[in-house]
Design a protein around this ligand. Sequence first.
Ligand code: ATP
Ligand code: MG
Ligand code: MG
Length: 432
Amino acid sequence: HQLTLRNLLILQAQTQTEEMMGGNPVIGLLGGGQLGRMLCEAANPLGIDVAILDEKNAPAKQAHNTNRHVTGSFKDAARIRELASRSDYLSVEIEHVDTEVLEEIERDGVEVELDDGTVAIHRPPIHPSWRTLRLVQDKYLQKEHFRSDGGIPIAEQMAIASGDETLDSLKEAAEKYGYPFMLKARKGSYDGRGNFKVSSEDDLVPAVTALGNLPLYAEKWAPFVKELAVMVIRTEDDHGNLTGCVPYPAVETIHEDSICTKTFLPPREVPDEVCEKARKLACKVISTLWGRGVFAVEMFLLDDDSLMVNEVAPRPHNSGHYTIEAVPYMSQYKAQIHAVLDLPVPENLIPRVPASIMLNILGGATPTSHHELTRRARRTFDKDMDVHLHLYGKESKPGRKIGHITINGYSSIEELEKKAAPFIELVDRIRQ
Ligand code: ATP
Ligand code: MG
Ligand code: MG
């Protein structure tokens, strides 16, 4: 009996929020950095409201005006509940969020006050699922899951003991994998923070000093010839049944000091069959997860053309920025909105141009180090390439992602790389 009443109240509350928006749904987003900002840029023309939980004036808040934004941390349970009470759906731009409270919201809902003063239970669907977020947060468990659940190839890995046993455990990893091997923080890492390349015995103690207070795991070195990434749109019905995995093309990603600096579409000197294999593998990986949205699958390509999965990001990703201009009818941001709201997504994601290069603008030594680059981007008109500048409204700090440039070309990727050389040189110079 009670259950029926409760469902009724949930229904009432949902109808009310939709009505408040004149039928336009509200997506509550945990995190308001550049990914959230570009999501807002895709949502704005569609009339979709995005309520952002992050600090005041975060990059995403600058790009979307609403009275639903929440000030605070996406790790703060009370603020997440507040966001949930204002949203028809919940999603994330970062995986490092409090999944306990998301699980609670899915199970129990949040209380909202109706116009007549009565209190109802409101339960916004959460996409991707908190299950996916919780699993992916721990990079070691994430990959154990891929290996055991999907038979997906990953680098050999072992958990590293904590406390006094860390050094011995590292020595064991060295014996198993040889040098170099990679030591990684299991949780909370991004842009290579939390990674330590252990090149010889001399690195063991410095590695413990650098990361020893965190839960760690070790990974066998992957002698890759290239890194590839594939974005996937994952769709699911309201009962949690997978209804589709649609891959974008594979791109080549370049990481310098463990941070993504450039992407190339299509990957240079990689046969089409390998790109196709990467897309299939990406779909296989994502089909083992839960919930709707876009996901990135980062991979290593080895010299025998085999692939290994490095990690998954359950959200829009740096390797998918190029889709804004190269797959304009369904960029990764628009796809995130469509997937979360259960709107249709295309069966094929075919770029409108044969070649596209994305260059990250990382903050340089001074706050103006990138100005020559942005100046050139604003002033370049060329019949063979289109230059699209994106700045994120962030203060420049050394190594910080403050913007990117997408350059679309009309012939081969090799031709485009030549044409774009002045931009590539400027980007490289900022980093020196
Ligand atoms: P992101 O910003 O993508 O979340 P992250 O901090 O989670 O990065 P990883 O993706 O684990 O870090 O690693 C960053 C980069 O370090 C990889 O893209 C790759 O260039 C290099 N790397 C990671 N693991 C290995 C490995 N086992 N062997 C060789 N290189 C590796
Ligand atoms: Mg990562
Ligand atoms: Mg990575």
